[in-house]
Ligand binder design. Sequence first.
Ligand code: DQA
Length: 144
Amino acid sequence: MKILVLNGPNLARLDIRDSSIYGDFTYPELVAFIEASAEALGFIADVRQSNEEAQIIGWLHEAADASLPVIINPAAFTHYSYAIRDAAELLKSPLIEVHLSNPLSREEFRHTSVISGVATGTIAGFGPNSYILALEALKKLLHK
Ligand code: DQA
């Protein structure tokens, strides 16, 4: 089964972001890790990244039209993009919000997620394993 894994702004530059917060994986390494883990669980993960809100909204519309499950790390859009929230609300299949870091243990502006209210669930704080835990959750949700 195909799933979309959507990554928001600045995640493609993990190589130069603070490794004490985001870990040591580069973005290409993260993508390869997600793809391999997805395949082992029987999914084909289409992993995408954009720094642009409109692009992410378009991908969510695509997932809604095709009834695809979505794992999303909206990055900084998490905290203020009502437009991404409204697009996420259109999904018919599960939506799992993930974060590499634990936003609740960081600056106060990161304590709000406008996406969580329309997500099936949220997994945060486990580095790249947040995505793997999301894949496992998705598998359980779809096979219940
Ligand atoms: C993030 C957390 C966000 O607060 C931040 O803006 C990001 C990455 C994470 O994966 O930990 O860019 O979503």
